[in-house]
Design a protein around this ligand. Structure first.
Ligand SMILES: Cc1ncc(C[n+]2csc(CCOP(=O)(O)OP(=O)(O)O)c2C)c(N)n1
Length: 331
């Protein structure tokens, strides 16, 4: 699959800003977790920011994203403001799910963020379902599933991709292959440690790219979305990447992977390498990068303060959002 054009000066800086916003939020969330401020699990996206950023740069609020347990980056890139994300993880009423969901239940339908999920793989089926509804409606919107390599041996992968391809639905399947599911190496769970070449079995285009290269993610997504929005059906994009923090905050990070491997991937950091590329290739000035760094640091500090200062949900509302309260008759 030949990639489309490189992002221009403004688009490149927007990609840099988005990746850095995710990174700074994750750093704050890791610290907050260590300070005991986050009830529940917290799986950070550190090291994988280029994927959500490069994909979501092309999406509108009408496109539907379905995500995973590692979904903070997807939510932010899709348009959830940092203050709503951090407040949600703190359990505050101002969070995107009003403090009732936490990290693995981030919902913001108004921006097309249709949910993170603690269950591995159903996002693949949900994105296929969204694609089906968009096709029935004759809309040019797409359903997008982000999922890890741990979802690939789940039946949902087979069912969702087969159905979306057979019916030529407008869907993007984005596998974030960070090479581990919890502490199990992908290569130890399959005789075929490549994901993209599985596409041949279903008859859809599949491509494997460097998921730490935001330009490449951006370009590859542009072409896949063009196909999806014009009736050409789904695409499977395998983004090879690495998480450089433990599976979840509070967990160990030794015993199942080599520290040298983690250090080697940190040198391929998607954010610092992108800043170097932009400045050395004369796509942007260092002074522009510096301004963004300062603005993002201030934005996230403000979001953290907002979350701290926000109220807890009113206990009297505990049963709200549990049942359908629209008054519609139930079957
Ligand atoms: C259906 C299901 N099986 C098992 C689990 C337990 N589990 C939670 S996270 C995880 C690993 C997921 O790995 P991957 O999909 O590669 O995503 P990553 O954590 O690497 O981003 C597993 C097995 C689960 N949540 N859901």
């Amino acid at each position: 699959m030949a990639p489309s054009a490189l992002p221009d000066h403004d688009a490149s800086l927007a990609l840099y800003r988005q990746m850095l916003t995710i990174r700074r939020c994750e750093e704050q969330l890791a610290k907050s977790y260590q300070a005991g401020l986050i009830p529940g699990a917290c799986h950070t996206y550190v090291g994988e920011e280029a994927i959500a950023t490069g994909v979501c740069a092309h999406l509108s609020h009408d496109d539907a994203v379905f995500s995973t347990h590692r979904g903070h980056g997807h939510a932010l890139a899709k348009g959830v403001p940092p203050k709503q994300l951090i407040a949600e993880l703190f359990g505050k009423a101002t969070g995107c799910s009003q403090g009732r969901g936490g990290s693995m239940h981030l919902f913001s339908p108004e921006v097309g963020m249709m949910g993170t999920s603690g269950i591995v793989a159903p996002c693949i089926l949900q994105a296929a379902g969204a694609g089906y509804s968009f096709k029935l409606l004759g809309a040019e919107h797409v359903g997008v599933a982000f999922f890890g390599d741990g979802a690939v041996a789940n039946g949902a992968f087979h069912e969702g991709i087969n159905l979306a391809t057979n019916w030529q639905l407008p869907v993007l399947f984005v596998c974030e292959n960070n090479q581990f599911a919890t502490e199990i190496a992908f290569a130890d769970t399959t005789r075929n440690p490549e994901v993209a070449n599985r596409a041949a079995a279903y008859g859809l285009p599949g491509t494997a790219i460097d998921g730490n290269d935001v330009d490449l993610v951006y370009q590859t997504t542009a072409e896949a979305l063009q196909r999806a929005r014009t009736g050409g059906g789904p695409t499977l994009i395998e983004c090879k990447t690495y998480r450089t923090r433990p599976h979840a905050e509070g967990m160990r990070d030794g015993g199942y992977r080599a520290l040298e491997e983690i250090e080697a991937w940190k040198k391929r950091d998607p954010i610092t390498t992108y800043a170097e590329r932009l400045t050395s290739g004369e796509r942007a000035e260092q002074s522009e990068i510096d301004v963004i760094d300062n603005e993002v640091t201030a934005l996230v500090a403000e979001a953290l303060k907002f979350a701290h200062d926000s109220p807890w949900p009113d206990p009297a509302t505990v049963a709200e959002h549990t049942y359908n309260e629209s008054g519609a008759a139930h079957a």
